[in-house]
Design a protein around this ligand. Structure first.
Ligand code: AMP
Ligand code: MG
Length: 339
């Protein structure tokens, strides 16, 4: 059986008569981006490419862990006790991240950069480097002393934070989604309201395609053990809707038979090991889809279902059972989209 998820509200956009389909792609944030749009008349590919690049470059210049000299990098290297006024976009993302850190009890934590680095998921050393070894207990304990997001003393009115000393921000779990939102809004602002924007697997669909169809996308499902039934395919109609997925089958580090996904549980300083194969979240804003999918991955199925249900988040959990089967659980808000 296959599952179809459709939005509960239609925004009334009319499909364009005589429109043509266009597409551009490129690289950003260590991954790929893709933009598709439908419009009448000439493609205007060059202005679209320039606009997309400008939005992506802005997010990278402010929020990249990888770009020396980004605003985030400069904050991370700053001496203890220094105040920093953040640029607007970075402040907007930090504010959202701090809210989710509070409601998830620190399962999502934008101040977990030191832990992310220790496990080889930051810029250097990489878990893929020859001879990379997982951190010692002492190293983890020491990093756990520098990941208290409240020590940032965030002042929203002045967009100000303090570097308490040794605190490393990491926006990798939320910045891709935010970038998708920015690009999508920019296209709409340019008079292109029918578009599908993707950065590294996080997607936002607006408007309609030719013939009045929404942007249909399939959810990537985790691979199953040999001899096991694959999961039903899930197709989502992205019409004023975004989807983000976090999974243990992408970017895993295996060591001595253990699988370590690139998501850290900041509450104990270790990679998550709760048997979740993936979590997909649907939301009107890709920033929230991205951040929630990471938060729920850390919380695991039981705690994650409870929190997502309280906040009316549409989420699909795929659990790897001890016998190798994959089982799916949907929050009530996701059940509603499934009709
Ligand atoms: P995502 O693919 O959106 O789940 O983001 C994963 C990335 O976010 C990792 O590569 C880390 O850089 C960072 N990260 C890992 N664990 C956490 C966490 N618990 N809270 C916030 N960011 C995290
Ligand atoms: Mg995420």
């Amino acid at each position: 059986m296959n599952r179809v998820l459709v939005p509960l509200h239609l925004d009334g956009a009319m499909p364009l008569l005589g429109a043509q389909a266009h597409r551009l792609d490129g690289q950003t944030m260590g991954t790929t981006w893709q933009v598709r749009w439908e419009a009448v008349g000439p493609a205007h590919a060059e202005p679209v490419r320039a606009a997309v690049q400008e939005e992506l470059d802005l997010v990278v210049a402010q929020m990249s862990t990888w770009l020396p000299g980004s605003d985030l990098d400069r904050f991370n290297r700053a001496p203890p006790g220094t105040p920093h006024t953040l640029p607007e976009a970075m402040a907007e993302v930090l504010q959202a991240a701090l809210w989710l850190a509070e409601v998830s009890g620190g399962a999502f934590n934008p101040a977990a950069g030191a832990l992310v680095n220790l496990w080889g998921f930051g810029p250097s050393p990489r878990y893929t480097d020859p001879g990379f070894a997982p951190p010692t207990h002492e190293a983890v304990q020491s990093a756990l002393r520098h990941h208290d997001w409240r020590a940032l003393r965030w002042d929203g009115a002045h967009r100000q934070v303090h570097q308490p000393g040794g605190l490393l921000l990491d926006f990798s779990a939320i910045a891709k989604g935010y970038a998708v939102d920015r690009v999508s809004r920019r296209l709409t602002g340019m008079g292109l309201p029918h578009s599908l924007v993707e950065v590294g697997g996080e997607l936002r669909g607006e408007g309609l395609r030719l013939g009045g169809q929404p942007w249909w996308v399939g959810l990537e499902s985790p691979p199953v053990a040999q001899g096991r039934q694959p999961l039903p395919t899930t197709r989502v109609a992205l019409h004023g809707l975004c989807v983000a997925t976090s999974g243990d089958y992408r970017r895993v580090y295996t060591h001595g038979g253990a699988r370590w996904p690139h998501t850290i549980d900041p509450r104990n300083g270790r990679p998550v090991a709760n048997g979740l194969a993936s979590v997909s979240v649907l939301h009107a804003e890709c920033l929230w889809a991205d951040a929630w999918s990471t938060a729920l991955t850390v919380l695991g199925r039981e705690e994650g279902m409870a929190l997502a249900t309280t906040h009316r988040i549409a989420a699909l959990f795929v659990q790897r059972e001890p016998d190798g089967r994959l089982t799916e659980t949907l929050t009530p808000a996701m059940e509603e989209l499934a009709g």
